[in-house]
Design a protein around this ligand. Structure first.
Ligand SMILES: C[S@@+](CC[C@H](N)C(=O)[O-])C[C@H]1O[C@@H](n2cnc3c(N)ncnc32)[C@H](O)[C@@H]1O
Length: 370
C-alpha cells in the first residue's frame, strides 16, 4: 500500500489493495489508513479522504499522533478544494503544549501585523521560555543572505513558521515580491504556524501547506523554485532534492539545515560533484549546552542534474548511525558531542577541504585528523 500511495498514477491500486485487505478480514491499522489517505490525495479524491476519518471513528481506531488526520488534511489541500480546507482546520487529538504556549506568548508580546516584532518575540520565547528547534541566530543570518529579490521559495519543514517569517521579512526588505511555500507534515504544527504567520501579518507572502514534502513534490503544485530550504528530515534531504530537481530554476540555491545535528550524510554524498557546495559551521540556536551544526548552501553544477551515482556504503553506514542516535535520543540522554566528533572527522576526511566555509584552523580545533 505504501508503494502505491505515493504517486498519482498508482493511487487507485492502493484503494484496491485496501479493499482486498478488508475482504480478507484483516483489520486496517493506522499505517494502512495513512497510506489510503495519501493515495486519495494523489487521486484528487478529498471526499474519500474525509470518509477515512469517519470510518476510523466507527471502528474506534484512535489516531493519538494525528498521523492519519495529517494525511487526510494533505489529501484535502492537494485536491485544491477551498471548501475542504475549512473542514481540516479543527485541531486534532494531540496537545501541543509548548507550541500553543508560543502562540500565546506571541499574541501577548507582539502587535498583530508587526513582522519584526513577531520574529523578535519568537526568539525571546526560545531564549526565555522553552527551547524550540528553529533556524535562528547564525542560521537565520545565512538564510537571509541566501534570499534574492523576488525569490520563489519552497521550504520543507515549517514547524512553527519561524524560518518562513525570516525569509518573508528578507523578501520585503529586498523590495517585495516573491513568496514562500512551506510544507509541514504535521497538521497540528502547520495549523499553529498558520496562526503565527497570520498574527505576524505575513499570510500573503507565506503559504503553509499541510503534508509530506515528497507528496507535495509529486503533486506538481510547488511551481518553479529559486530557493529550496531543506529543514525537515536529514535522511530525506537527498531523495526529496532529487525528486524536486526538475523544478529548480536556473538561478536556484539550496539551503540545508541540520546537516551535522542530527546529520544528513546521504545528502552530502548526493550533492558531491553535482552541486557547488559550501558548508557553514554554526551553533544550534540557543541550545544548552551549546551544540555544533552545519548549514549547507549549494547550487547545481550545470549539466549535472540528472546524473545518477550510487551513494557510497561509508555514507550509508553513517546514515544508519545518525538514525540510531536519533532514535536513542527519544528514550535517553545521548552523547551528541562524542558522536559529532567522530562524524565530523569522517566528513572532513570525505569532503574536499575547500567546501568548508570556516578556516582550516577552526576545523583542526573541531577534531580534524592531522
Ligand atoms: C526542524 S523543524 C523545522 C524548523 C523551521 N524550519 C524553522 O526553522 O522555524 C522540522 C519540521 O519538519 C517537519 N517534517 C518532518 N518530516 C517532514 C516531511 N517529510 N515533510 C514535511 N515536513 C516534515 C517536522 O514535523 C518539523 O515540524
Amino acid at each position: 500500500m505504501s508503494a502505491c500511495s505515493q504517486t498519482a498514477a498508482a493511487w487507485s491500486r492502493c484503494l484496491v489493495v485496501f479493499s482486498e485487505l478488508r475482504r480478507a478480514g484483516l483489520r486496517p491499522d493506522l499505517a494502512s489508513f495513512q497510506c489510503l489517505a495519501r493515495a486519495c490525495g494523489h487521486g484528487g479524491h478529498w471526499r474519500g479522504a474525509l470518509q477515512i476519518l469517519v470510518a476510523m471513528r466507527e471502528q474506534r481506531i484512535v489516531d493519538s499522533g494525528d498521523v492519519v488526520r495529517s494525511a487526510v488534511a494533505w489529501a484535502c489541500e492537494a485536491s485544491v478544494e477551498p471548501m475542504s480546507r475549512n473542514v481540516t482546520t479543527a485541531r486534532g487529538a494531540r496537545k501541543e503544549q509548548k507550541e500553543d504556549a508560543l502562540l500565546d506568548f506571541l499574541r501577548q508580546n507582539a502587535a498583530t501585523g508587526d513582522l519584526d516584532g513577531a520574529i523578535a518575540a519568537f526568539e525571546r520565547f526560545v531564549r526565555e521560555c522553552q527551547w524550540l528547534k528553529v533556524a535562528g541566530g547564525q542560521k537565520a543570518r545565512l538564510l537571509e543572505n541566501s534570499v534574492h529579490p523576488g525569490d520563489r521559495v519552497v521550504e520543507f519543514g515549517t514547524y512553527m513558521g519561524y524560518s518562513a517569517l525570516v525569509v518573508a521579512r528578507r523578501l520585503r526588505a529586498l523590495g517585495g515580491g516573491g513568496r514562500v511555500i512551506s510544507c509541514e507534515v504535521d497538521a497540528n504544527a502547520a495549523e499553529i504556524a498558520r496562526a503565527v504567520i497570520l498574527w505576524a501579518g505575513a499570510q500573503h507572502e507565506i503559504d503553509v501547506r499541510i503534508g509530506c514534502a515528497f507528496d507535495w513534490i509529486a503533486s506538481g503544485q510547488l511551481g518553479l523554485i529559486d530557493l529550496l530550504v531543506l529543514d525537515h528530515r536529514g535522511e530525506r534531504y537527498h531523495t526529496d532534492l532529487q525528486a524536486v530537481e526538475h523544478q529548480l530554476s536556473c538561478r536556484a540555491r539550496i539551503f540545508a539545515d541540520n546537516v551535522l545535528h542530527p546529520g544528513a550524510p546521504l545528502f552530502l554524498a548526493y550533492i558531491k560533484d553535482r552541486f557547488h557546495t559550501r558548508i557553514h559551521e554554526v551553533k544550534e540556536f540557543l541550545h544548552t549546552p551549546p551544540i555544533d551544526d552545519w548549514v549547507v548552501i549549494c547550487t547545481p553544477l550545470s549539466g549535472q542534474r540528472s546524473t545518477q551515482q550510487p551513494l557510497p556504503p561509508e555514507m550509508r553506514r553513517w546514515s544508519a548511525k545518525v538514525d540510531a542516535i536519533c532514535q536513542g535520543s527519544q528514550q535517553r540522554t545521548v552523547d551528541w558531542h562524542g558522536f559529532q566528533q567522530d562524524f565530523k572527522r569522517a566528513m572532513y576526511d570525505w569532503n574536499p577541504p575547500g567546501i568548508f566555509a570556516a578556516s582550516p584552523r577552526h576545523r583542526s580545533d573541531s577534531g580534524r585528523r592531522s
